[in-house]
Write a protein that binds this ligand. Structure first.
Ligand code: SF4
Length: 169
């Protein structure tokens, strides 16, 4: 029997909108007949991020020290890394305040609250790891998801999709 293509869908700092777009594609069930979803944060935040995958889709900006380590781990375990959406590709809305200090931002958002993670300024995934393909949009359009995923699943490589109007949205 032919081996299934292993897919992971990971989220960093994001609104989960890109994953939702992916999940809402009716056609996805047909495409995934030949694939195995190894990790999908939307369904299970503790799913197997250490497992090797053929294609890793990453949503969200790198906004904590923990996420720096996570993207490196995802890269090590993936043959192809796809940055999905404006947060992963450009840092997203959360990176627009990068002209302010981390301390200033932190105080505004969290006040004196204690959190378990170590925050940092929001940055694109590509700042830390090699990205093989990018799906622009906020979220990317379904047809672009389908094109890229379908092309990878038949063992080919999708062409870059042209986004002439607005790269950030
Ligand atoms: Fe949400 Fe847009 Fe970021 Fe995707 S790119 S996670 S839809 S804010």
């Amino acid at each position: 029997m032919e081996e299934k293509i292993r897919i992971g869908f990971y989220a960093l700092t994001s609104c989960y909108g890109c994953q939702l777009q992916f999940a809402m594609m009716d056609e996805i069930l047909h495409l995934l007949l030949n694939a195995e979803i190894v990790c999908w944060y939307m369904l299970d935040r503790d799913s197997a991020e250490d497992e090797p995958v053929d294609i890793a889709f990453i949503e969200g900006s790198v906004s904590t020290e923990e996420e720096v380590e996570l993207v490196k781990k995802i890269r090590e375990n993936a043959k192809i890394v796809v940055a999905v959406g404006a947060c992963a590709i450009q840092g997203g809305v959360q990176s627009w305040a990068n002209d302010k200090s981390l301390e200033e931002l932190w105080k505004t958002v969290y006040g004196d609250a204690k959190v378990k993670f170590k925050p940092k300024m929001a940055e694109p995934v590509e700042k830390y790891i090699k990205v093989d393909y990018k799906l622009y949009g906020c979220p990317p359009e379904k047809k672009d998801f389908l094109y890229a995923l379908g092309t990878f699943l038949i063992g080919s490589w999708p062409e870059d999709i042209d986004y002439p109007v607005c790269l950030e949205c």
